[in-house]
Design a protein around this ligand. Structure first.
Ligand code: PGA
Ligand code: ZN
Length: 418
C-alpha cells in the first residue's frame, strides 16, 4: 500500500483552557492522520517557540504557503526525512521560530498517524513493531499547586499518584481514580474553603499547606495500597524553576513562608524522599542546576529523579546531564522539541544511558491520544497524563484499548524504581 502525501490541511482548534491551537490533517493516497498541539504553562526556557509571532493564524498561513507544497508527493513512511524537511523549511533555527514548534509538532504527529493508517495499522504497531507490547505505569496528578493553582495552595506544582505495583494498566488507572476521589474527600474534611475546584490537569485545588498535602496523599496512598493489595506510591513535580528567584539565589516557598538556598533545597528534597518514600521527583531544582540534580541522584535510592525543564526533551541537554549523572529519568514532551524524530532520538539516548523516559501530556492539552501510542511504541515505562478530566481520560482510555487489544501479549513495563 502506498502512503504518499496528497494533502496537508491546517486549522485552528481549542485546547482544554479555551486557548487557540493548531490542528493538522495529513491525507495520503490510502490513509489519513490528524494531530493537534498541546501547550505548557510552566514552560522550560529551552523549549522551542510554539507559534511564530505568537499567532496560530500565522502558523496556518506558513503551512499553507511553504510547508504543504513541499511535503505533497512525499512518502509519509519517511518520518525522519519529513521531520528534517520541517527543520529546513524553518531555516534550521534551533527553536522553530519561523514555522513554530506547534506546527512542526502537529505535522509530524499527523504524518506518523497517516503512515500507520495507510498500512492498516495503529500508530503504536507501526512505530513499535511486534515487540511493542508493554504498558506504562500512569503517574496521575491529584493535587495542584504552584503555577497550576490559585489562592493559598501548596508551593509544589504536582502531587502525583504512582501505582507502580499494579499488574495491569486497567488496574493502575482504577487505583489512580480511587486515590484521586479519596483525596477529594480528605480535602473536604481538612479545609472548610475547599469547594471541589480542579486545575487544568483535573487535580484538586485547595487552600492547604505544602506539607499538609503530603500527609493527605501519603495516607490515601497507604490506604489504597492496603485495600488493593499492591504498591501505590506517589511522587512530585516540584517545577522548581517557578520557585527560583535568581536575584536572591533562593527558592521562594510563599505558601510555606520559607526561602531555601541551593544547599537547603537539596537537603529538603532528600528529607521529603526519605520521609514519604517518594518514588518520583521531577524538577527538584531550577533548569540550569545540573549539579544539584547529580548530587540528589547520588544521595537517594529507589526514586526516579526526573528532569523536565532541565532537559526539555533535548538530546544536547540530556547529554549534559548524562555526563555527570544528573537524574535518572527524563520527561518526554514532543512539543518541547518540535518533531517526533527529535523526541525519538532523545528517548533512544535516554534508554541507552539507563535513563527512564517518562512520556507526558501538557497542562493545556487536547483530546489527542498520540502519547498513549508513543508510550507503547517507544517502550516508555511511565506515562504522566493526569487522572480525571477529558483530555487526560482520552489518553488513559486509549492505553486501556491497547492493553485490551494486545490481550495475553500485554504486560506492564519492566520498571525498577532506583
Ligand atoms: P506545563 O507543566 O505543561 O504547564 O508546562 C507540566 C509540567 O511541568 O510537567
Ligand atoms: Zn514538570
Amino acid at each position: 500500500m502506498s502512503s504518499f502525501i496528497e494533502d496537508l490541511i491546517a486549522r485552528k482548534v481549542f485546547n482544554n483552557r479555551g486557548e487557540e491551537t493548531i490542528e493538522v490533517d495529513v491525507v495520503t493516497t490510502s490513509g489519513f492522520g490528524r494531530a493537534s498541539a498541546p501547550a505548557g504553562k510552566s514552560r522550560g526556557k529551552a523549549e522551542v517557540l510554539p507559534f511564530p509571532q505568537d499567532s496560530v493564524d500565522e502558523a496556518i498561513k506558513k503551512i499553507e504557503e511553504f510547508v504543504a507544497p513541499e511535503l505533497a508527493g512525499l512518502n509519509a513512511d519517511s518520518q525522519e526525512e519529513i521531520d528534517e524537511i520541517l527543520h529546513e523549511l524553518d531555516g534550521c533555527s534551533k527553536n522553530f521560530k519561523n514555522i513554530g514548534g506547534s506546527a512542526a509538532f502537529a505535522i509530524s504527529l499527523a504524518n506518523a498517524e497517516a503512515a500507520a493508517n495507510s498500512h492498516g495499522l495503529l500508530m503504536y504497531q507501526f512505530l513499535g513493531g511486534n515487540s511493542a507490547t508493554s504498558l506504562p505505569y500512569p503517574l496521575g496528578n491529584c493535587i495542584s499547586g504552584g503555577q497550576h493553582a490559585t489562592g493559598k495552595s501548596p508551593d509544589i506544582q504536582e502531587y502525583l499518584a504512582f501505582p507502580h505495583g499494579a499488574e495491569t494498566f486497567l488496574e493502575a488507572v482504577a487505583a489512580n481514580a480511587k486515590i484521586h476521589k479519596k483525596i477529594g474527600d480528605a480535602l473536604k474534611e481538612k479545609s472548610n474553603t475547599f469547594n471541589g475546584g480542579k486545575s487544568d490537569e483535573g487535580a484538586w485545588i485547595a487552600n492547604i499547606d505544602t506539607i499538609d498535602a503530603f500527609d493527605v496523599i501519603s495516607k490515601v496512598c497507604d490506604d489504597v495500597s492496603n485495600e488493593l493489595d499492591f504498591e501505590c506510591g506517589f511522587g512530585l513535580d516540584v517545577a522548581a524553576s517557578s520557585l527560583w528567584n535568581a536575584k536572591e539565589s533562593k527558592y521562594v516557598y510563599s505558601n510555606e513562608g520559607v526561602k531555601r538556598d541551593s544547599g537547603e533545597q537539596l537537603e529538603y528534597m532528600r528529607e521529603l524522599i526519605e520521609k514519604y518514600h517518594l518514588a518520583y521527583v521531577e524538577d527538584p531544582f531550577h533548569e540550569e542546576d545540573f549539579k544539584s540534580f547529580a548530587e540528589l541522584t547520588r544521595k537517594t535510592r529507589n526514586c526516579l529523579i526526573c528532569g523536565d525543564d532541565l532537559f526539555t526533551t533535548n538530546t544536547e541537554r540530556l547529554n549534559n546531564g548524562i555526563r555527570i549523572n544528573a537524574g535518572n529519568a527524563i520527561i518526554i514532551k514532543v512539543n518541547q522539541i518540535g518533531t517526533l524524530s527529535d523526541a525519538a532520538r532523545t528517548i533512544e539516548t535516554a534508554q541507552s544511558n539507563g535513563y527512564i523516559p517518562v512520556i507526558s501530556h501538557r497542562s493545556g492539552d487536547t483530546c489527542d491520544w498520540h502519547i498513549a501510542h508513543l508510550a507503547v511504541a517507544y517502550k516508555c515505562p511511565v506515562i504522566k497524563t493526569g487522572v480525571v478530566e477529558g483530555t487526560r481520560i482520552a489518553k488513559l482510555n486509549e492505553l486501556i484499548r491497547i492493553e485490551h487489544f494486545l490481550g495475553n501479549r500485554a504486560k506492564m513495563a519492566d520498571l525498577k524504581i532506583r
